[in-house]
Design a protein around this ligand. Structure first.
Ligand SMILES: NC(=O)c1ccc[n+]([C@@H]2O[C@H](COP(=O)([O-])OP(=O)(O)OC[C@H]3O[C@@H](n4cnc5c(N)ncnc54)[C@H](OP(=O)(O)O)[C@@H]3O)[C@@H](O)[C@H]2O)c1
Length: 228
């Protein structure tokens, strides 16, 4: 499968390098060609470099690692994203948005989907620190690593789920629509608060646990209620 990386900074480089090591065909795209080439050099494994248009054109799956939700700022032609699965792993700015409590506005993924209606946007990996891609997938799997996913295109989400599985993450589906995109980005805010303000550091991980089934013998069953 061909993966085009839009933006070859920390996340783009780290994720692309790991994907290339797993046998994916990767083209690193950046507005500075030297940056894209440096990432491709780190990856080896036949990884290529080009501009952002080249990455969008190349990928069956395009990984959007630039925070801008305006494809017109990043690509010469936003329709380059038409039909592409676009993995949006962005979070809003920590200092100006998260720590100031500006939560639950329109999500980056929501705006990106509106601006590129032909793209198949899937939110994923935004709760995962870039250093995590240095860890072998089997180690992540054994640790129960998970990535939340959100998006309305079920087939696209399934393909992203397979890629996440190769990387060592179980996909936890948040559903679709604005609520799912906003929830995914809120989780990106939560994990950064835990890592940074909560002092847990970049190895902290946000995942879903399922508790044992209760028999309710001691407290009785749930009664009908108007509250959900
Ligand atoms: N780092 C993490 O651990 C992590 C984890 C989860 C999610 N995220 C999210 O992932 C996103 C990227 O983070 P990062 O750590 O990779 O940041 P980064 O190292 O600063 O990389 C971002 C890259 O985006 C490029 N870029 C920005 N605007 C662009 C534009 N209009 N056109 C083309 N390229 C553009 C920048 O290019 P220039 O260098 O040319 O400016 C830069 O190389 C953020 O939304 C962040 O919240 C990061």
């Amino acid at each position: 499968m061909k993966i085009g990386i839009i933006g070859s900074g920390n996340m783009g480089r780290a994720l692309g390098v790991r994907l290339a090591s797993l046998g994916y065909e990767v083209l690193f795209g950046a507005r500075r060609l030297d940056q894209a080439q440096a990432a491709a050099d780190v990856a080896g494994a036949g990884a290529q470099a080009g501009d952002t248009d080249a990455a969008a054109d190349f990928g069956d799956v395009v990984v959007w690692t630039v925070r801008s939700s305006d494809p017109g700022e990043v690509l010469s032609d936003p329709t380059l994203l038409d039909g592409r699965i676009v993995v949006d792993l962005n979070n809003r700015d920590y200092a100006t948005d998260v720590r100031q409590g500006h939560w639950f506005g329109e999500a980056i993924a929501e705006r990106l989907q509106e601006a590129a209606p032909g793209a198949r946007v899937v939110k994923a990996l935004n709760t995962i620190a870039m250093e995590t891609f240095d860890t072998a997938p089997e180690t992540l799997r054994a640790a129960g690593a998970q990535s939340f996913v959100a998006g309305g295109d079920q087939a696209a989400k399934a393909i992203v789920g397979e890629i996440l599985g190769d990387l060592g993450f179980e996909a936890v589906d948040l559903g679709e629509g604005a609520a799912a995109f906003r929830a995914a980005e809120a989780l990106g805010d939560v994990i950064r608060l835990v890592m940074i303000d909560g002092g847990r550091g970049g190895r902290a991980h946000l995942g879903l646990s399922v508790l044992p089934e209760p028999d309710l013998a001691s407290i009785g069953p749930r009664a009908p209620s108007n509250y959900r």
